[in-house]
Design a protein. Structure first.
Length: 214
Protein backbone atom coordinates (compact mmCIF):
# COMPACT_ATOMS: atom_id res chain seq x y z
CA UNK A 1 0.00 0.00 0.00
CA UNK A 2 1.51 3.33 -1.08
CA UNK A 3 1.31 5.86 1.75
CA UNK A 4 3.45 8.65 0.41
CA UNK A 5 4.57 9.70 -3.06
CA UNK A 6 5.97 13.17 -3.30
CA UNK A 7 8.77 14.18 -5.59
CA UNK A 8 11.31 11.42 -5.72
CA UNK A 9 10.57 9.58 -2.47
CA UNK A 10 7.93 6.85 -2.23
CA UNK A 11 6.82 5.01 0.92
CA UNK A 12 4.91 1.72 0.89
CA UNK A 13 3.61 -0.20 3.91
CA UNK A 14 3.59 -3.98 4.31
CA UNK A 15 1.84 -5.31 7.43
CA UNK A 16 3.84 -8.38 8.42
CA UNK A 17 4.26 -10.94 11.18
CA UNK A 18 2.08 -12.23 14.00
CA UNK A 19 1.99 -8.78 15.65
CA UNK A 20 1.06 -6.85 12.49
CA UNK A 21 4.22 -4.79 12.27
CA UNK A 22 4.39 -2.00 9.71
CA UNK A 23 7.37 -2.82 7.53
CA UNK A 24 8.07 0.09 5.21
CA UNK A 25 9.70 0.13 1.80
CA UNK A 26 11.12 3.58 1.18
CA UNK A 27 12.68 4.25 -2.19
CA UNK A 28 13.80 6.87 -4.63
CA UNK A 29 12.86 5.77 -8.11
CA UNK A 30 15.45 7.68 -10.09
CA UNK A 31 18.45 6.40 -8.15
CA UNK A 32 17.19 2.83 -7.68
CA UNK A 33 17.95 2.80 -3.97
CA UNK A 34 15.70 1.72 -1.12
CA UNK A 35 15.45 1.28 2.62
CA UNK A 36 13.53 -1.54 4.28
CA UNK A 37 12.40 -0.23 7.66
CA UNK A 38 11.75 -2.88 10.36
CA UNK A 39 11.76 -6.19 8.43
CA UNK A 40 9.16 -8.01 10.51
CA UNK A 41 8.83 -11.15 8.42
CA UNK A 42 9.41 -12.63 4.99
CA UNK A 43 7.40 -11.00 2.23
CA UNK A 44 7.63 -12.21 -1.34
CA UNK A 45 5.39 -9.30 -2.32
CA UNK A 46 7.89 -6.80 -0.95
CA UNK A 47 10.77 -8.56 -2.68
CA UNK A 48 8.86 -8.71 -5.96
CA UNK A 49 8.33 -4.95 -5.76
CA UNK A 50 12.05 -4.33 -5.22
CA UNK A 51 12.88 -6.49 -8.21
CA UNK A 52 10.15 -4.93 -10.36
CA UNK A 53 11.50 -1.46 -9.59
CA UNK A 54 14.99 -2.53 -10.58
CA UNK A 55 16.41 -1.35 -7.27
CA UNK A 56 20.12 -2.01 -7.00
CA UNK A 57 20.91 -0.86 -3.46
CA UNK A 58 18.93 -2.22 -0.50
CA UNK A 59 19.64 -1.30 3.10
CA UNK A 60 17.77 -2.25 6.27
CA UNK A 61 16.95 0.26 9.01
CA UNK A 62 15.82 -0.89 12.46
CA UNK A 63 13.88 1.48 14.70
CA UNK A 64 14.69 -0.81 17.63
CA UNK A 65 15.71 -4.37 18.45
CA UNK A 66 12.56 -6.19 19.57
CA UNK A 67 11.93 -9.52 17.89
CA UNK A 68 8.77 -8.50 16.04
CA UNK A 69 10.71 -5.81 14.17
CA UNK A 70 13.85 -7.79 13.30
CA UNK A 71 12.90 -11.39 12.58
CA UNK A 72 12.89 -10.94 8.80
CA UNK A 73 16.49 -9.71 8.63
CA UNK A 74 18.05 -12.99 7.52
CA UNK A 75 15.52 -13.45 4.71
CA UNK A 76 16.33 -10.09 3.13
CA UNK A 77 20.06 -10.32 3.77
CA UNK A 78 20.14 -13.64 1.92
CA UNK A 79 18.33 -12.20 -1.08
CA UNK A 80 20.28 -8.93 -1.02
CA UNK A 81 23.70 -9.91 0.36
CA UNK A 82 25.20 -6.46 -0.22
CA UNK A 83 22.58 -4.85 2.01
CA UNK A 84 23.64 -3.25 5.28
CA UNK A 85 21.71 -3.48 8.54
CA UNK A 86 21.54 -0.24 10.53
CA UNK A 87 20.68 -0.15 14.24
CA UNK A 88 21.37 2.11 17.21
CA UNK A 89 24.50 1.58 19.27
CA UNK A 90 22.33 0.96 22.34
CA UNK A 91 20.14 -1.75 20.75
CA UNK A 92 22.94 -3.47 18.82
CA UNK A 93 23.25 -6.47 21.16
CA UNK A 94 19.52 -7.23 20.81
CA UNK A 95 20.21 -8.68 17.36
CA UNK A 96 22.52 -11.34 18.75
CA UNK A 97 20.84 -12.02 22.11
CA UNK A 98 17.47 -13.81 22.17
CA UNK A 99 16.79 -12.71 25.74
CA UNK A 100 17.36 -9.05 25.01
CA UNK A 101 15.21 -9.07 21.87
CA UNK A 102 12.49 -10.91 23.87
CA UNK A 103 12.18 -13.83 21.43
CA UNK A 104 13.15 -16.34 24.11
CA UNK A 105 10.05 -15.38 26.08
CA UNK A 106 7.89 -16.17 23.07
CA UNK A 107 9.23 -19.73 22.94
CA UNK A 108 11.11 -19.29 19.66
CA UNK A 109 14.58 -17.88 20.40
CA UNK A 110 15.95 -15.80 17.54
CA UNK A 111 19.31 -14.24 16.96
CA UNK A 112 21.15 -13.00 13.91
CA UNK A 113 24.51 -11.52 13.00
CA UNK A 114 25.77 -8.18 14.21
CA UNK A 115 24.55 -5.14 12.35
CA UNK A 116 26.74 -3.54 9.72
CA UNK A 117 26.34 0.06 10.87
CA UNK A 118 25.72 1.43 14.36
CA UNK A 119 23.79 4.68 14.55
CA UNK A 120 23.84 7.53 17.02
CA UNK A 121 21.70 10.62 17.47
CA UNK A 122 21.88 13.07 14.54
CA UNK A 123 23.44 10.58 12.12
CA UNK A 124 22.31 10.78 8.50
CA UNK A 125 20.68 7.90 6.58
CA UNK A 126 20.55 8.36 2.83
CA UNK A 127 18.03 6.98 0.35
CA UNK A 128 19.40 8.08 -2.98
CA UNK A 129 19.63 11.86 -2.88
CA UNK A 130 17.26 12.12 0.11
CA UNK A 131 18.68 12.40 3.60
CA UNK A 132 16.98 11.34 6.81
CA UNK A 133 18.13 12.46 10.25
CA UNK A 134 18.33 9.86 13.00
CA UNK A 135 16.98 10.90 16.40
CA UNK A 136 17.57 8.78 19.49
CA UNK A 137 14.39 8.51 21.57
CA UNK A 138 14.86 6.01 24.42
CA UNK A 139 11.91 4.76 26.42
CA UNK A 140 10.48 1.79 24.52
CA UNK A 141 14.02 0.43 24.33
CA UNK A 142 17.28 2.08 25.33
CA UNK A 143 18.13 2.70 21.70
CA UNK A 144 14.83 3.48 20.04
CA UNK A 145 15.34 5.47 16.85
CA UNK A 146 13.12 7.86 14.93
CA UNK A 147 14.00 8.59 11.30
CA UNK A 148 13.07 12.10 10.16
CA UNK A 149 12.66 13.28 6.56
CA UNK A 150 11.33 16.64 5.35
CA UNK A 151 7.75 15.39 5.00
CA UNK A 152 7.59 12.29 7.20
CA UNK A 153 8.76 10.61 10.37
CA UNK A 154 9.21 6.89 10.97
CA UNK A 155 8.52 6.52 14.67
CA UNK A 156 8.78 2.76 15.27
CA UNK A 157 7.17 1.84 18.58
CA UNK A 158 7.88 5.25 20.09
CA UNK A 159 4.77 7.11 18.93
CA UNK A 160 1.49 5.70 17.58
CA UNK A 161 -1.75 7.25 16.41
CA UNK A 162 -3.38 8.13 19.73
CA UNK A 163 -0.83 6.32 21.89
CA UNK A 164 2.82 5.77 22.73
CA UNK A 165 5.02 2.70 23.02
CA UNK A 166 5.15 0.40 26.00
CA UNK A 167 7.83 1.16 28.53
CA UNK A 168 7.54 -1.89 30.79
CA UNK A 169 10.10 -3.99 28.89
CA UNK A 170 13.76 -4.17 30.00
CA UNK A 171 15.42 -0.86 29.24
CA UNK A 172 12.13 1.00 29.08
CA UNK A 173 11.34 4.35 30.67
CA UNK A 174 7.97 6.07 30.40
CA UNK A 175 9.31 9.49 31.40
CA UNK A 176 12.17 9.27 28.89
CA UNK A 177 9.74 8.19 26.19
CA UNK A 178 7.41 11.14 26.70
CA UNK A 179 10.18 13.71 27.02
CA UNK A 180 11.91 12.29 23.95
CA UNK A 181 8.75 12.52 21.86
CA UNK A 182 8.27 16.14 22.88
CA UNK A 183 11.89 17.03 22.17
CA UNK A 184 12.49 15.12 18.94
CA UNK A 185 9.08 14.78 17.27
CA UNK A 186 6.70 17.42 18.58
CA UNK A 187 9.37 20.08 18.04
CA UNK A 188 9.25 19.43 14.29
CA UNK A 189 6.97 21.15 11.80
CA UNK A 190 3.84 19.17 10.93
CA UNK A 191 4.47 16.07 8.84
CA UNK A 192 3.22 12.53 8.44
CA UNK A 193 4.12 10.00 11.13
CA UNK A 194 4.50 6.34 10.16
CA UNK A 195 4.48 4.16 13.32
CA UNK A 196 5.58 0.58 13.89
CA UNK A 197 1.99 -0.60 14.31
CA UNK A 198 -1.37 0.80 13.29
CA UNK A 199 -2.35 3.67 11.00
CA UNK A 200 -0.32 6.70 10.07
CA UNK A 201 -0.97 10.03 11.77
CA UNK A 202 0.49 13.55 11.83
CA UNK A 203 2.56 15.42 14.36
CA UNK A 204 -0.08 18.10 14.83
CA UNK A 205 -2.81 15.52 15.39
CA UNK A 206 -0.80 13.85 18.14
CA UNK A 207 0.16 17.13 19.79
CA UNK A 208 -3.50 18.08 20.01
CA UNK A 209 -5.27 14.78 20.71
CA UNK A 210 -2.84 12.13 22.00
CA UNK A 211 -4.09 11.34 25.55
CA UNK A 212 -0.55 10.86 26.88
CA UNK A 213 0.13 14.54 26.32
CA UNK A 214 -3.28 16.06 26.99
Amino acid sequence: MTLFNKGKLVCERYILGALDVNTYLLYEENTKECLIIDPAAESERLVDKIIKLGIKKVNIFLTHGHIDHICGIDFYKKLFPESKVLVSVQDATMLTDSEKNLSVWLGEPFSTKEADLFLSDSDIVEVGSMKGIVKLVPGHTEGGLVLVFDDMVFSGDTLFAGSVGRSDFPGGSHSSLLSGIKKNIFSLSDRLVFPGHGPETTIETEKVSNPFFN
